[in-house]
Design a protein. Structure first.
Length: 335
């Protein structure tokens, strides 16, 4: 393991009316037992100041986080407002979540933060304040100067990693978005990132078909034969270890999962349903193909339980741990 040299990690607050501040605070509380590297929250100090049993301290510069971290949760205060009311979304809260995300990206790009972890935002709320991206993945990739097709969303848990090849689009639009160039770009980005972030030298990649039974030889849809197979053939010629399109309903049980390191799936729910079924509380969303490390918990804002003190922080803690692993593996790989 390389010597730990990373700067503190920046955690954007997410929608302040959701569970973001609570799971950040609880992660800080469990920092020692979970071996979490120093981090700081970005948001409105008032949203952290009222967390039960969690001392908080304002910091003016990210570099102060490491000194403060042992005694209090460091908060980089960027938004002046009254504390959000749990579960009650506002435009101001959405602005705060976007502002925190923007600053987190900037700090990671400038090298002042070692990685970013993004707490859950509400896409509905962000769209109301003019956010024009399908999700945080595309926003972060643009801020890093990376084309959308080369920034890849991966959801990863201890026994499964999945990549949805299309992300936040309507189901009826999936087939037209699933092109050979998209499949090739996603597969290549996933392969490279598995090597660089996870230290897996020759990743085994499985790919699921779009249609039931992977199209049943073209009888139940022909995207597998017409679009996916030519892309797969090209990837194999380049040396990639990738399967033919597999029936999605039989590739996620325990014995099937040990045969691959990552599963590429044509659309969001095909990938995220198995992942969240297995790993809702310890799954992590990581964006691959970026010059920075960005992770996020796999769950959403959980407005229905915000403010009750019952939010489970494990997915956030796993996101912080995975960011540290990715930073360390990149240091080894790049040098
Ligand atoms: N990383 C992100 O920014 C993500 C954001 N979202 C956003 O979250 C919003 C709500 O989405 P939903 O589909 O309702 O999913 P959700 O994950 O927020 O909630 C689904 C269920 O899981 C529970 N839950 C979620 N996180 C929990 C935790 N840490 N501890 C205990 N219980 C937890 C909730 O109470 C709810 O019953 C949407 O606006 C969506 O855009 C959804 C997924 C990821
Ligand atoms: N379903 C995953 C999700 O909503 C998170 O997406 P992103 O905002 O990280 O792009």
């Amino acid at each position: 393991m390389a010597e730990w040299t990373a700067k503190p990690f920046a955690i954007s607050c997410g929608d302040p009316a959701g569970v973001g501040p609570e799971i950040i605070g609880k992660s800080w509380q469990r920092r020692a037992e979970a071996g979490l590297k120093p981090f700081f929250a970005i948001g409105n100090f008032a949203d952290f100041d009222n967390l039960a049993g969690i001392p908080v301290r304002k910091i003016e510069q990210p570099m102060q986080a490491s000194d403060v971290f042992d005694e209090a949760l460091p908060v980089f205060h960027i938004h002046e407002a009254a504390a959000a009311i749990p579960g009650e979304t506002t435009m101001d809260g959405a602005q705060c979540s976007l502002h925190a995300l923007e600053i987190a990206c900037g700090l990671a790009r400038s090298g002042d933060a070692g990685a970013i972890i993004t707490a859950p935002v509400s896409k509905t709320q962000l769209y109301k304040v003019g956010f024009r991206y399908p999700g945080q993945t595309e926003f972060v990739s643009e801020r890093c100067g990376i084309a959308r097709e080369n920034a890849v969303m991966m959801l990863a848990g201890p026994s499964l990693r999945v990549v949805p090849m299309t992300t936040h689009i309507a189901l009826k639009e999936v087939a037209e978005h699933l092109t050979a160039p998209l499949i090739i770009a996603r597969a290549r980005a996933a392969e490279k990132a598995m090597i660089r972030n996870f230290g897996i030298e020759k990743p085994r990649i499985a790919i699921s078909g779009l249609n039931p039974h992977a199209g049943e030889n073209g009888n139940l849809g022909d995207e597998e034969q017409r679009i996916m197979q030519p892309a797969i053939d090209e990837l194999r010629l380049d040396g990639m270890d990738i399967t033919d399109p597999m029936p999605a309903d039989t590739m996620f049980h325990e014995e099937a999962r040990i045969k691959y390191d990552v599963a590429l799936c044509p659309y969001h729910d095909q990938a995220l349903i198995p992942l969240k079924t297995l790993h809702f509380f310890d799954g992590v969303n990581i964006t691959l193909g970026l010059p920075i490390v960005r992770t996020s918990p796999d769950h959403g804002t959980a407005f229905n339980i915000a403010g009750q003190g019952i939010a489970d922080p494990r997915s956030m803690m796993a996101a912080i741990q995975m960011a540290a692993t990715a930073v360390a593996n990149r240091q080894i790989h790049d040098h």
